[in-house]
Design a protein around this ligand. Structure first.
Ligand code: OAD
Length: 248
């Protein structure tokens, strides 16, 4: 499809779904997972830090690593790509449409940029839950490492999905639903390699959606997408979304 055709379809659409990965936060200064130079996993072995077994073995080390990640994320700001997506959402809602943003990121930058219907598939760095039963606990003592639940004394862990863990069932179901019914599916900054999120753009394609990809590098989705912006999200999303939301 041409750029003009894509813009026309996006302007008419009443149901939009967006999937983001680490790439959308790269321009904010949050390292991506698979970036050989700066990626978090290049310097730390994920199986030492982001698994239930690692937490069982050494909860303090895992907690301290997440504290470091939280502090890093608090030092950065949402970028123009995050803001463009939340502006599109506001525009679609104002016209009575449905907009959902599915993210694999745990950094909370979409929320800080104003996104509302947000499905954080892999959890959020800034939430904790009880290690014993998974109940989310909002307050904890930053002085403790790892902190404990004020009610039961159970260890608290970050409320993120670790390697080898299932995604929260209700969130995944809602992500599948919005993907199945959307007319436009925008896929930004994800290597589309980690399932089940990687399957979502293909489900959208099978259900007749127009699929648009934003990624400077080719991915398994690239040959199948209706339109590809082979560019950084913060560079190409603001003008694209400005054209969609501008006067028709
Ligand atoms: P990856 O690190 O696998 O991929 C990041 C993608 O972003 C790559 O395809 C880059 O080419 C692209 N990219 C880099 N800079 C970009 C920019 N400025 N604009 C647009 N795209 C850019 O990250 P994810 O696909 O998010 O899961 O990884 C998925 C999951 O794998 C993560 O959520 C994590 C990991 O295992 C868990 O922790 C459960």
């Amino acid at each position: 499809m041409t750029f003009e055709e894509i813009v026309i379809r996006c302007r008419r659409a009443q149901r939009i779904a967006v999937l983001t990965g680490a790439g959308i936060s790269a321009e904010s200064g949050v390292p991506t997972f698979r970036d050989a130079q700066t990626g978090l996993w290049a310097r730390y072995k994920p199986e030492e830090l982001a698994t239930p077994e690692a937490f069982q073995r050494n909860p303090k080390q895992v907690w301290d690593w997440y504290t470091w990640r939280r502090e890093r994320v608090l030092q950065v700001q949402p970028n123009a790509g995050h803001y463009a997506i939340s502006q599109w959402e506001q525009h679609v809602i104002n016209r009575g449409g449905d907009f959902a943003l599915i993210t694999q990121n745990v950094d909370g930058l979409h929320k800080r940029a104003g996104s509302q219907h947000l499905l954080e598939l892999h959890g959020n760095l800034f939430r904790t839950k009880r290690w014993t039963d998974g109940v989310v606990i909002d307050t904890w003592s930053a002085a403790e490492s790892p902190p404990r639940c004020p009610q039961t004394g159970a260890l608290l862990r970050p409320d993120v999905v670790w390697f080898g863990e299932m995604l929260p069932h209700d969130l995944l179901r809602e992500a599948m639903r919005v993907t199945t019914v959307c007319e436009i599916f925008l896929c930004v900054g994800t290597s589309t390699q980690v399932y089940p999120a990687a399957e979502l753009p293909f489900i959208a394609l099978r259900n007749g959606a127009i699929v648009i990809e934003v990624n400077p590098q080719p991915t398994p989705l690239t040959p199948h997408a209706h339109y590809v912006f082979a560019a950084a999200a913060g560079h190409c999303l603001p003008p694209f979304i400005h054209v969609i939301c501008g006067s028709e």
